[in-house]
Design a binder for this molecule. Structure first.
Ligand SMILES: Nc1ncnc2c1ncn2[C@@H]1O[C@H](COP(=O)(O)OP(=O)(O)O)[C@@H](O)[C@H]1O
Ligand SMILES: [Mg+2]
Length: 261
């Protein structure tokens, strides 16, 4: 039986590359022979849209095959898994109803652990090597659920001054969550959307390397319009254009992540 590792992608800064990184690292891990389950935890549906066309995603959201109903009804996630076009990758799609998930959680007993509870059966079944969870750009009760359900956290960070500023809030939030998620490890920071023409990138790297006890992945992801084209086609970059710079960079980042599993 497989030991399932649960990895979440979180950062309260929007646009930092969480969904893109989750989608593409998921694909990369499957390429390395891992069986992967992707969970879209954000009402923006971006992880779902990385694998399914818009009509399909909206249909999942309108129906009951989505994370919102699993959490609301506190039912095991087994019933909400849908296959993707790729053999080793399954998904639990999101719904725009996730916008009210904090409200749904509010009246529940032990509300920080609802995702952990509904995920328990799938994780214990040993079907998947990795479960990857994408999260919204917030730091509230729902993201607390995501962190409490995970073994490891990857923080995608954009190489900008505000990207670094947001990281401070993220670290404070992690300190708050630590007592109720003692098993959660910060696997590392993944730098995304790098424009090497900008001198601020060097400053970002230096600032991040100075952080104590925080691993920064060597592989970073540069800005590449192929990423946007792949998203426009609802296909991960490595499947859309394997020869692209970002496909190679995501492949390298995935290998680093796989070495930490
Ligand atoms: N390497 C990249 N090159 C170009 N655009 C990117 C890259 N990574 C992400 N993007 C774009 O940046 C935006 C934010 O990325 P996203 O993954 O949605 O961030 P988050 O999930 O943190 O909000 C999206 O429009 C996405 O298409
Ligand atoms: Mg996102």
């Amino acid at each position: 039986m497989k030991e399932t590792r649960i990895i979440c992608f979180a950062n309260n800064k929007g646009g930092s590359g969480k969904s893109t990184t989750c989608a593409n690292v998921g694909y990369g891990l499957a390429q390395l022979g891992k069986k992967v389950l992707l969970i879209d935890g954000d009402m923006q549906l971006n992880l779902s849209l990385s694998y399914f066309p818009e009509e399909q995603v909206l249909e999942y959201g309108r129906g009951e095959k989505n994370l919102y109903y699993a959490v609301k009804n506190q039912r095991g996630l087994e019933a909400y898994i849908v296959p993707t076009s790729y053999e080793n990758i399954d998904m639990i799609p999101s719904s725009t109803l996730m916008s009210s998930i904090e409200y749904e959680l509010f009246t529940k007993w032990q509300r920080e652990f609802i995702l952990k509870q509904v995920l328990g059966g799938v994780a214990a079944s040993g079907i998947y090597d990795c479960i990857l969870i994408d999260s919204p750009p917030t730091l509230g009760g729902w993201v607390m659920n995501v962190l409490c359900a995970s073994d490891a956290l990857i923080i995608p960070v954009e190489a900008t001054p505000w990207g670094l500023f947001g990281l401070g809030n993220m670290f404070e939030f992690l300190e708050e969550v630590k007592p109720i998620a003692p098993g959660l490890k910060l696997m590392g920071i993944a730098i995304t959307k790098v424009d090497t023409r900008k001198s601020y990138f060097k400053q970002t790297l230096e600032t991040l390397k100075e952080l104590q006890d925080v691993h920064v992945f060597d592989s970073y992801i540069r800005v590449d319009s192929s990423v946007e084209w792949s998203q426009d086609n609802n296909v991960p970059i490595m499947a859309y254009k394997k020869s692209s710079r970002s496909a190679k960079e995501y492949e390298a980042l995935t290998k680093e992540i796989a070495a930490c599993l």
